[in-house]
Design a protein around this ligand. Structure first.
Ligand code: NI
Length: 208
């Protein structure tokens, strides 16, 4: 009887150990999957090469920003509400960053990329951006170039034509700030409705 008890205890201990090992194994698999997913998100999912024109009419590609982290916002200058608000937040966050973290501020290149290439000429971008922080650069391009950069950054933007006034169309678009590192790799994205101070803190934390 005693022997049997010992035996069954051994067996149950063995089973418990096997269960633990299985659990550990599953945990490892889970961790690896998550790590791969994160890596995929950082390296592949958001960002990449682009070929555009800045607000001065000069060609600009990702190579022109090498070594500088970028804060990117996609929008359009005729946007009635979301874009001006977002650019105000961006500008205020830049001012906060300038006083609280001048190193990050100096390194950072904020960029506004148009999702409305038909109306957003370089001149239009220059005029529009003069109402916001002077550090924000504008990028536009051909419809094909804009389609390519939108795809690279997983940006949603769809033109909504108004039947009665075809020139006065709207563009529905996603509204995020993308933070990329000096090698053009995705670091983070932030909601446009963040408070400027919070946005500045989050950017500084990522650029540390
Ligand atoms: Ni907008």
């Amino acid at each position: 009887m005693k022997k049997n008890l010992k035996k069954s205890r051994k067996i149950s201990l063995g089973l418990a150990a096997a269960g633990l090992l299985t659990l550990l194994g599953l945990l490892l698999v889970e961790l690896q999957t998550r790590e791969t997913a994160v890596r995929r998100f950082q390296d592949v999912a958001i960002g990449g090469a682009f070929s555009l024109t800045n607000e001065q009419g000069q060609p600009r590609s990702e190579a022109d920003f090498a070594g500088r982290p970028m804060l990117i916002y996609f929008g359009f200058t005729f946007c009635p509400d979301v874009c001006p608000l977002s650019l105000d937040v961006m500008g205020a966050a830049l001012e906060t960053l300038e006083t609280q973290n001048p190193k990050a501020f100096n390194a950072l290149q904020p960029v506004f990329i148009s999702v409305d290439p038909a109306r957003d000429t370089p001149e239009q971008l220059a005029d529009y951006l003069s109402y916001f922080h002077p550090k924000i650069s504008g990028l536009t391009g051909s419809p094909e170039q804009i389609a390519q950069v939108k795809k690279a950054f997983r940006v949603y933007a769809v033109r909504r034509d108004a039947a009665e006034d075809p020139q006065n169309y709207n563009v529905d678009h996603s509204s995020f700030f993308y933070l990329m590192d000096g090698k053009g790799r995705y670091l983070a994205h932030f909601d446009h409705a963040l408070e400027a101070e919070v946005l500045a803190q989050k950017i500084a934390a990522k650029l540390r």
